[in-house]
Design a binder for this molecule. Structure first.
Ligand code: GLU
Length: 469
């Protein structure tokens, strides 16, 4: 029986979970689903100076959020690289014992000096035939054979490396600790990984790692190096410069489904005339060989527009549930006591079609959950600048005192006042909107006015008129 593919995702827990990592994880997950294989999660936590359990938890949370679920039968792990340290050293000893690796005691200054003298960059293999044994301060280096190394890459095709350009690289540091190149291969070997799908920045590691695989007596995996994500200036997304943390997008109210769909359109596209498609279609169609070789632009504006589409596609009930974290609890801008779920439910359909991020929902409805709204000064000044503003608002207020209190009747009142003064509804509404909501923009106005009730609205209009005088 041929073995089912075993993919893996091997993040280092050294910071917030990067959107590029999320895309790589999704690729591996989808491929495992497609093939009935496994998605092995390995936390590469061997860099003590940069690791933090908080980051590991962040990775696990973000993966679950994206639907990469540890309880799914395709999921294996998480495994922790630090638990395998003995295996890494054992593999290094094997490579030494069989003559594929040797110890070297040159300091980096000495290596630099030799390189300067010879005019050739890097380490020159000085200790290859010195037969040194292990010892403090001695590094173990892999003996790179002559010839070339061919990496078959599912995204990039055949990539040929001239071994002459690869120095005898370090496997164990002077303190005996294994380096990434070795630990990563040994874990892949131990965990029976058949497919390595990872970021393009690791392509230069592939020939070295392929040599280690072979020297350890194993058939190398199938490789795929996925092009990087870049920002608007076509620079590689970096956590110092760009907003890269999945957590942050989640906090802002990007939906997991929108994020998954958007990430999968970076460098790849589903068939048909829209990129916004169910995850099942993506899972059915995704294919590494059709992933674009060039860097993909991570376009936040487009991500927001995907999100707006996903928000609009929800039922109102789903939308209300999705908004809850922003409406109740710590994120809400009002006290829990003043929030009225029934009032929000009435407003939800109007908000749902106008919002791109769930975090923007409270500012569209906050005026409903307070006594008097906080008036935005700039909006106020602008709305009340025309000489007709106060006079028409007084007329509107007086009509509101007795008119039928329905959206249509209220709108008719404002239109009638507008007609009298030859002003269009949009213009006429501005002072009223600021008086009622405190802002110049927001959802349709007359429905929330009804929700607030006659008394509250008259009070707001009077307060605004008073502010004006
Ligand atoms: N731990 C490595 C990283 O986060 C991944 C290496 C790999 O996928 O082979 O970049």
């Amino acid at each position: 029986m041929t073995q089912r593919p075993r993919y893996r995702f091997a993040p280092s827990p050294t910071g917030f979970f990067h959107v590029g990592g999320a895309r790589t994880a999704l690729y591996n997950w989808i491929l495992a689903l497609q093939t009935g294989g496994k998605f092995v999660l390995r936390i590469e936590d061997t860099d003590d100076s940069r690791n933090n359990p908080q980051w590991t938890q962040g990775i696990l949370d973000a993966l679950s959020w994206l639907g990469i679920d540890p309880s799914d039968s395709h999921f294996e792990g998480p495994f922790f690289q630090s638990a395998n340290a003995a295996l890494h050293v054992e593999a290094a000893e094997k490579l030494f014992a069989q003559g594929d690796a040797y110890y070297c005691d040159l300091t980096s200054e000495e290596i630099q000096k030799r390189s300067k003298e010879s005019g050739k960059p890097g380490y020159d293999g000085f200790s290859r035939d010195r037969n040194l044994g292990p010892g403090s301060g001695r590094v173990l280096r892999f003996k790179v054979p002559a010839g070339s190394t061919t990496v078959q890459d599912e995204v990039r095709g055949t990539v040929e490396f001239d071994n002459a350009t690869i120095e005898d690289f370090v496997l164990l540091r002077g303190n005996g600790s294994p380096v990434f190149l070795l630990a990563n291969v040994v874990d892949d070997v131990t965990q029976d990984i058949t497919h390595v799908v990872r970021a393009e920045e690791h392509l230069p590691n592939a020939p070295k790692q392929q040599m280690i695989w072979r020297a350890l007596g194993h058939q190398p995996p199938s490789w795929a190096h996925v092009p990087v994500l870049v920002n608007e200036q076509r620079k590689k997304l970096s956590k110092r410069r760009d907003k890269v943390a999945v957590e942050q997008y989640r906090e802002e109210g990007i939906l997991a489904a929108a994020m998954k769909n958007y990430l999968m359109t970076l460098g790849w596209a589903p068939t048909g005339d829209t990129e916004i498609v169910p995850f099942e279609k993506i899972t059915a169609e995704f294919d590494l060989s059709s992933v674009n070789h060039s860097p993909a632009f991570f376009d936040i504006v487009k991500l927001h527009s995907f999100n707006a589409d996903y928000i609009r596609a929800m039922s109102v009930g789903e939308f209300i549930d999705a908004c809850l974290p922003w409406l109740t609890g710590a994120k809400a801008p009002w006290s829990t006591a003043s929030f009225d779920a029934k009032v929000f439910a009435e407003m939800a359909p109007l908000v749902q079609t106008r919002v791109q991020l769930l975090q923007d929902v409270p500012s569209m409805v906050d005026f409903l959950f307070c006594d008097l709204p906080t008036i935005d000064d700039a909006a106020f000044t602008k709305a009340f600048a025309p000489e007709w503003a106060s006079a028409t608002l007084i007329e509107i207020r007086d009509a509101f005192k007795t008119c039928e209190f329905t959206p249509d009747a209220l709108k008719a009142v404002v239109e009638a006042v507008g007609e009298k003064h030859s002003l269009k509804l949009g213009k006429m509404q501005a002072p009223l909107r600021v008086a009622v909501t405190g802002r110049s923009v927001g959802p349709p106005l007359f429905e929330p006015i009804v929700l607030l009730g006659r008394e509250a609205v008259l009070k707001r209009i009077d307060a605004a008129l008073k502010k004006q005088t």
